[in-house]
Design a protein around this ligand. Structure first.
Ligand code: FAD
Length: 443
């Protein structure tokens, strides 16, 4: 006989964490299943542990910025100790998150779920049946599609390395490559980034991304564009990456070439649930276009950016939908950050979109010599703000520079609440901070 539930949630990451406990607390019979220890990508192998590691790169980078300008001596990254510190954060999480779900009243299961129909899934030979099924399975690295692809190290494996080898090559010019390339460089490695087309970091302002590339080159990171990878091979103890820009030799090759929805094991096709590489096709309530009681949220839904706060918001929308409340996905004003040196951030309308319209205005500034950058020895920075030409409403913000990861939230708030450049200029900001420099760009 099948085990029957009101709600079956597949995955235990950020999206699932916003569905399962709420539904269980509201009295529904909920089961959650994950094939990995509970917690998902963000807490185990994504945002949080990554930023724990990057704290060391920030410290080394800051010291370099003031080297000879009041600071002597350079701190050094102790890789094994840094990894041990990271584990003090990640190790307790699975038990904590699973316990929290159980305390809320959900049944927590371990194993790989595969759909037998739209409302039945099999986990280790056990069949679970549910009125509402939530697909919250996250994302995985995209297939590289080149010979030797099995030699590549994933971001998850990179964050578990016992030692950092001397030569590291990153395939792909997305945010994961830019963050880890900087960490590897600050830890003393020779670092190469190979990107297939002319511009890296597609999700961000292209002029600012180009400035970041200059910065990386000044740090000794070899960023190559127009360098699609053709093949990877092992030669003795070395790895050889053949690209259209030539041959690169490394001890470690890291996958930074994008992620796709992790739907491979789910049996969606047999169950008749439509999905593409960006995820399960859903409506604005995050219901599958094929079945109003099959839901998807987070990286496995074809909606919104693949980011933790988006997964969290989407999970809440799904929970509300299951509980019969009115809720819909709201994807405007979602800030996105590459935690590089310096951080690169974006929210709202891009300058490229703005260039196609004559009713918006883009104000740009090279902020590299401004106080907040100069103070810490940062040499590369810039800003672009997109406003409605008639009303001055903030429509987009793009920042490269110290504290860009925080200042972008001010612009996100402005976009969400329809604030104008004049509103932000009229504010009294704490001083001297990067935010207090915003009015100089806003005019
Ligand atoms: C290296 C890295 C850095 C990142 N940095 C940031 C950042 O700085 N900021 C940010 O906002 N986002 C960041 N992200 C993205 C962020 O981590 C994801 O957007 C977010 O975690 C997605 O949450 P989710 O709930 O959709 O999926 P996940 O948290 O990935 O959870 C999915 C879960 O489903 C399980 N699962 C999959 N298939 C099955 C199955 N068939 N049966 C059972 N279980 C299954 C998986 O084991 C996994 O635990 C980063 C990602 C990576 C990889």
């Amino acid at each position: 006989m099948n085990d029957t539930y009101d709600v079956l949630v597949i995955g235990s990451g950020t999206a699932a964490q916003n569905v399962a406990p709420r539904c269980a607390q509201e009295g529904l019979r909920v089961a959650v299943v994950d094939r990995l220890p509970y917690g998902g990508t963000c807490s185990q192998r994504g945002c949080d542990p990554k930023r724990v590691l990057l704290a060391a790169a920030e410290a080394v980078g800051r010291a370099r910025g003031l080297d000879g300008d009041g600071l002597v001596g350079r701190p050094r990254i102790d890789w094994p100790a840094l990894m041990a510190r990271k584990r003090t954060y990640t190790a307790p999480m699975p038990e904590r998150i699973e316990g929290w779900m159980r305390d809320a009243g959900a049944e927590t299961l371990h194993g790989t779920a595969r759909l037998r129909s739209r409302h039945e899934a099999e986990v280790d030979g056990r069949v679970l049946e549910a009125r509402d099924v939530v697909l919250a399975t996250g994302a995985r690295p995209a297939d590289l599609g080149v010979p030797g692809a099995e030699l590549v190290t994933t971001s998850t494996e990179f964050m578990e390395l016992g030692e950092l080898p001397p030569r590291v090559c990153f395939i792909g010019g997305g945010y994961i490559s830019f963050e880890f390339a900087w960490l590897a460089r600050m830890a003393g490695a020779e670092v190469t980034v190979l990107h297939r087309s002319a511009h890296v970091l597609k999700r961000f302002d292209q002029e600012l991304a180009d400035v970041l590339v200059e910065r990386y080159r000044s740090l000794g990171i070899d960023v190559r564009t127009e360098a699609p990878v053709l093949e990877l091979a092992r030669r003795g103890n070395e790895l050889v990456v053949t690209s259209e820009a030539g041959e690169f030799v490394a001890d470690l090759v890291v996958h930074g070439a994008g992620r796709v929805a992790d739907l491979g094991d789910l049996g969606l096709e047999e169950a008749g649930i439509e999905a593409g590489p960006r995820g399960v096709r859903v409506d604005e309530h995050l219901r599958s276009v094929d079945d109003a009681h099959v839901w998807a949220a987070g990286d496995s839904a074809d909606k919104g950016l693949p980011l933790t706060p988006v997964a969290s918001k989407e999970g809440k929308v799904v929970a509300a939908g299951i509980l019969g409340e009115e809720a819909a996905y709201y994807g405007r004003a979602v800030p996105s950050v590459c935690f590089s040196d310096p951080p690169l951030a974006a929210v709202g309308m891009s300058a490229a979109e703005a260039a196609e319209r004559d009713d918006v205005h883009v104000e740009r500034a090279d902020t590299s010599a401004w106080f907040s950058q100069w103070r810490v020895g940062q040499t590369h920075a810039g800003m672009a703000v997109v406003t409605d030409a008639a009303t001055g409403r903030i429509l987009g913000g793009h920042l490269l520079g110290v504290n860009a990861d925080e200042v972008v939230n001010v612009l996100a708030l402005a976009i969400r609440h329809g604030l104008t450049a004049a509103d932000l200029t009229a504010m009294t900001w704490s001083y001297p901070t990067a935010t207090s420099e915003l009015p100089y760009v806003l005019g």
